[in-house]
Design a protein around this ligand. Sequence first.
Ligand SMILES: [Cu+2]
Length: 183
Amino acid sequence: MSFRLIPFRCSTPLRARALPAARSALAALLMGACALPAWAQVSASDAWTRATVPQQKVAGVFLKLQATADARLVEASSGAARAVEIHEMAMEGNVMKMRQIPGLDLPAGKPVDLKPGGYHLMLIDLKAPLREGEAVPLSLVVQGRDGRRERLEVKALVRPISAVGSGSSHGHPHGHAHGKGSN
Ligand SMILES: [Cu+2]
């Protein structure tokens, strides 16, 4: 059997009867977790996107996600766009294309990198161009294995148009048709 994290409340007294080493490790874990809202199973960091040109209606958002227990990113939204989709990059014939996926698995303890050329979030129908230095608010919905859903608020920093992800030269293709678009 593998070790599983047991859900807890920060207000619940800890009654661990573990070995001292295990107990201090557990205490450190709980202290770290208690710095966040009690329900937080997933942390997000380094969220960013790129500045857009006036006619551009879509933009990719990149970030790092890590879950303490197996979870799945199932939904995203933003006040800056009509919709936010979860996308992957996949080969279609000889061409790398992005496509929408229903969700993205976040295995326990394993960082998941959403980056240019890979998984990303896609802002669809931007309400206004994204300007460098702004922060785009995002709301992510993550579902645990027990079906419980949690919401995670994230701000994505708008980087220059020319920004590329770390370690990737594969830029995000702009302006291609998204299935749900009306034009
Ligand atoms: Cu995309």
